[in-house]
Ligand binder design. Structure first.
Ligand SMILES: [Zn+2]
Length: 387
C-alpha cells in the first residue's frame, strides 16, 4: 500500500494514497442512480468524477497554499499526499513562531476563499439570467447534474473546505491557529496540550455527527483528527523533554578520544566508530568511521590519525540541550559531536546515543518511514511535522 507519485510542483512531491481509490465506488454510489430524463446514469457518474477531480484539485491547491507559505519561512516541504479524507502536506518538524504558524495555517483556507470568491460572479450571473429564486433556487442548483450545477457544487465545496478547516480542532488549520494563540500566552507545550484536548473533543463530536448523518467520511476524519492531535501532542511533549535534558549527561567518555599521533590501526580498538581526536584534553578533530575504514582499506601502513582526521571542529557544550544538538546533527549532517566543558573534552554524543535517549522518552517505537498506511501516515506527521 504505497502512495503513488504524481510528480512535483515547486519541488514538492505530489502523491496519492491508495485509499484515494475509494472515491471511485463512492462516486458510482452517489451519482449512479441520478440519471433522470435526458441525463443518463453514465452521464451522472461522469459528472461526479469531474466534480470530485475538481474538488480534490482545490484540496491540492489548499495544501500548496500551506506549503508555499511554509517555504517562505525556510521550512522544507517533503510532500503532499491526497487520500480519501483530504490532503496532508508533510513539512519539516521545526517549531515556528506563533505568528508564522498562523500565517502558514491560514494560507490553505485563503486559497479556497480566493477560489469561491472567483466563482461567485459566475453564480450570480447565472442566477440572474435564469431568474433563480433566492435562496432556494441557488441551493437546489448545487445538486443539479449540469455545467451550472458543477460550478455551484464547486463553490459550495470550497466554502465547506474553509469552514471545516477553520474548526478549532487541532491539527486542522483552525486548531493550529488556536495552538499558536495559546502558545503565545502559555508556551508551546501547554498550548499544544490544550489545543489537542479541544481537537479530540471536537473530533468526538464530528464522529457522532457523522454516525447520525450516516456518512463514513466524517467519522474517518474525526479518527484522523484525534490520532494526529495525540501524535502531535506527544511530539511536542517529547521535544520539551529533550529541551530539558543536557547533552553532557549522555556523552560517552569513550577512552577520552584518540590522539592525533596514534597509528590508524589503534583507532580500531573497541571496533570502528566515530571518535573524537583530542590533544591534551582539547578537541582537534573527528575521525569518522567511514573515513577510517576507507583509509584502512587502502593499507594503513605508517599513517596516523592526523593524516585522516576531519580537522573541522564542531563541538557541543555539556549544557546544550539534547534537542538543540539533534537539530544541529540534522542541519550539519554530522552524526557525532564531541562534547566539551570549558574547552575540555568530556565525551562524545552520537546519533546512537540520541536514539537511546529517544527510546527512553518515547517507549512505543516509531515504525520506519518506508511503511505505509494510516499508522505510517500518522508517524510521518509525527516525524516530519509539519505544521
Ligand atoms: Zn489546511
Amino acid at each position: 500500500m504505497r502512495s503513488l507519485s504524481l510528480g512535483r510542483i515547486q519541488d514538492v512531491e505530489i502523491k496519492i494514497h491508495p485509499t484515494f481509490g475509494l472515491v471511485i465506488p463512492w462516486v458510482f454510489f452517489n451519482w449512479g442512480f441520478d440519471g433522470v430524463g435526458l441525463v443518463s446514469a453514465a452521464g451522472a457518474v461522469l459528472f461526479g468524477l469531474i466534480l470530485v477531480a475538481l474538488v480534490f484539485g482545490c484540496v491540492l491547491l489548499h495544501e500548496l497554499g500551506h506549503s508555499l507559505m511554509a517555504m517562505q519561512y525556510g521550512i522544507r516541504v517533503h510532500d503532499i499526499t491526497l487520500s480519501v479524507i483530504g490532503g496532508v502536506a508533510r513539512t519539516e518538524l521545526i517549531p515556528t513562531r506563533p505568528r508564522t504558524e498562523v500565517l502558514i495555517a491560514l494560507a490553505g483556507p485563503a486559497v479556497n476563499v480566493a477560489i469561491f470568491l472567483g466563482l461567485l460572479p459566475l453564480l450570480l450571473l447565472f442566477g440572474v439570467l435564469s431568474g433563480l429564486e433566492w435562496p432556494r433556487g441557488y441551493v437546489t442548483q448545487i445538486f443539479e447534474v449540469s455545467p451550472a450545477g458543477l460550478v455551484f457544487a464547486l463553490f459550495y465545496a470550497n466554502v465547506m473546505i474553509v469552514l471545516f478547516n477553520l474548526l478549532p480542532a487541532f491539527p486542522l488549520d483552525g486548531g493550529r491557529v488556536l495552538r499558536a494563540g495559546l502558545s503565545a500566552v502559555v508556551g508551546r507545550e501547554p498550548g499544544t496540550r490544550v489545543a489537542a484536548i479541544v481537537g479530540q473533543a471536537l473530533a468526538l463530536g464530528l464522529a457522532v455527527l457523522g454516525l447520525w448523518l450516516r456518512t463514513f467520511t466524517l467519522p474517518l476524519i474525526a479518527l484522523f483528527v484525534a490520532v494526529v492531535a495525540q501524535a502531535e501532542w506527544r511530539a511536542v511533549r517529547l521535544e520539551g523533554a529533550m529541551r530539558r535534558l543536557r547533552v553532557g549527561q549522555f556523552a560517552l567518555w569513550d577512552m577520552g578520544g584518540i590522539a592525533p599521533h596514534h597509528p590508524l590501526t589503534y583507532a580500531l580498538r573497541g571496533g570502528p566508530r566515530d571518535v573524537a581526536v583530542t590533544d591534551n584534553g582539547r578537541v582537534v578533530g573527528m575521525l569518522w568511521r567511514n573515513q577510517l575504514l576507507r583509509a584502512l582499506h587502502g593499507g594503513a601502513s605508517g599513517r596516523t590519525v592526523a593524516d585522516v582526521m576531519d580537522t573541522e571542529v564542531v563541538t557541543a557544550d555539556v549544557d546544550d540541550s539534547v534537542y538543540d544538538v539533534q537539530q544541529r546533527m540534522n542541519q550539519l549532517n554530522r552524526w557525532a559531536f564531541p562534547v566539551i566543558e570549558d574547552g575540555q573534552y568530556r565525551g562524545i554524543f552520537t546519533a546512537d546515543r540520541f536514539v537511546h535517549v529517544y527510546r527512553q522518552l518515547a517507549p512505543s517505537p516509531l515504525r520506519p518511514r518506508s511503511s505505509s498506511g494510516f499508522a505510517a501516515t500518522v508517524n510521518h506527521l509525527l516525524r516530519a511535522w509539519t505544521r
